[in-house]
Design a protein around this ligand. Structure first.
Ligand SMILES: *Cc1c(COP(=O)(O)O)cnc(C)c1O
Length: 389
């Protein structure tokens, strides 16, 4: 099937080309012509367990025989079980489940404002960081401090302010200026180019937020759920947020997002304040339980840590050999190589050679293998990458 055969049907929100993908197995994807790809994008950090994982297929079939949807007027066992598991495996006391990362961030902004409104009606300001990404709806988009996403869609919502990641002095200056309800931060900026927040900076945000009763929100939609070798990235910093948005890998490939909440913010919400028709869908939650069960196991996480160090060290070796690689960043299976050239060219070369990787920011190549990837897959991916360099 030629690109022209299907692109005419779609609003051009994405520029896609090539034959459709028809199946996947483990770390591999196959297109309609039978070509095989090593998937180091994982459907943008979604397919943590790779493709066609037996536990996910089984959970999907079993649950779909019982219930596919009930709405949030009722509760189902998978919804209860996933919420319980998320609370047991995090700082959180309560959970709100929705369908995507964007919705999790919208909930975070709304819950923070509601909590702030208990103190003062002026306590609604929100701080987020340049090069961050929080989603495409107006709240999440207003919090996404990147011009390219705002252009043509203005005006953004009122009360959104931006600062530079890891700039304590500048950030303090802005925070001192307004009555803030929330600080939103990705511990590792994914879409923006794999920029890591420092422990000292996150601790500064925590201290400031505590002092001023501001809700500290971590967006772990991309860096959470085992991707960096701990179940949650905040564990590596020892800094605990008040709210944490999760999504991408949560539903094992089905649309599922969540907001993990501390008690005080959760208790500012009453029935009718916020909602969703599909959120907490029983099939998505059944898959979520399986993903969480597998990725939260210590030996599983240890392997991601070890292989993540290996991946980064191999990328660093390449950066010495090929000056076109400017810098290597990231943690675990969320690695970025900043290039001196437009990464699009390398992305398409890699695809032609059988490797799927994704660009991030304006000049960074992202390596996000499924968390089940082995050393041999990393070696294979990097050898293709090297050839393309
Ligand atoms: C992908 C992403 C989002 C948005 O999630 P969607 O499910 O696409 O709505 C928000 N924040 C971060 C950090 C992300 O990576």
């Amino acid at each position: 099937m030629k690109t022209s055969d299907y692109n005419e049907y779609f609003v051009p929100t994405f520029s896609r080309s090539g034959p459709p993908l028809v199946k996947g197995k483990g770390v591999y994807l196959y297109d309609a012509t039978g070509r095989k790809f090593l998937d180091f994008g994982s459907g943008i950090a979604v397919n943590a367990l790779g493709h066609a994982h037996p536990a996910l297929m089984k959970a999907m079939v079993d649950q779909s025989k019982k219930l596919i949807h009930t709405s949030n007027l009722y509760i189902t066992p998978p919804h209860i079980e996933l919420a319980r598991m998320l609370v047991m495996n995090s700082f959180g006391k309560k959970v709100f489940l929705c369908n995507s990362g964007t919705e999790a961030m919208e909930a975070a902004i709304k819950f923070s404002r509601k909590y702030g409104s208990q103190t003062s009606e002026k306590k609604y300001h929100t701080l987020s960081f340049f090069n961050g990404f929080h989603g495409r709806t107006y709240g999440a988009l207003s919090a996404t401090a990147q011009d390219k996403f705002h252009k043509g869609f203005g005006p953004m919502l009122e009360g959104f302010h931006y600062s530079h990641l890891n700039d304590e002095k500048g950030t303090r200056k802005i925070l001192d200026k307004h009555d803030f309800a929330a600080i939103l931060v990705e511990p590792i900026q994914g879409e923006g180019g794999i920029h890591c927040a420092s422990t000292a900076f996150l601790q500064f945000l925590r201290d400031y937020a505590t002092k001023r009763d501001i809700v500290l929100v971590f967006d772990e939609i991309q860096c959470g759920m085992g991707r960096t070798g701990t179940l949650w990235n905040y564990e590596q910093h020892g800094v605990i947020p008040d709210l944490m948005a999760i999504a991408k890998p949560l539903g094992g490939g089905l649309p599922l997002g969540g907001l993990i909440c501390c008690d005080k913010v959760a208790m500012a919400i009453s029935p009718g304040n916020h909602g969703t028709t599909f959120g907490g869908n029983p099939v998505a939650c059944a898959l979520g339980c399986e993903v969480l069960k597998i990725v939260s196991k210590k030996p599983f996480l240890k392997k991601v840590t070890d292989l993540g160090i290996y991946l980064k060290s191999k990328l660093n070796e390449l950066s010495i050999k090929y000056p076109v690689i400017k810098e290597v960043r990231g943690s675990g299976f969320l690695a970025g190589a900043e290039l001196q050239i437009d990464p699009k060219e390398i992305v398409s070369k890699c695809k032609k050679a059988g490797l799927l990787v994704i660009s991030a920011g304006s000049n960074t190549l992202r390596f996000m293998p499924p968390l089940i990837a082995e050393k041999k897959h990393i070696d294979a991916a990097l050898s293709i990458f090297e050839k393309c360099l």
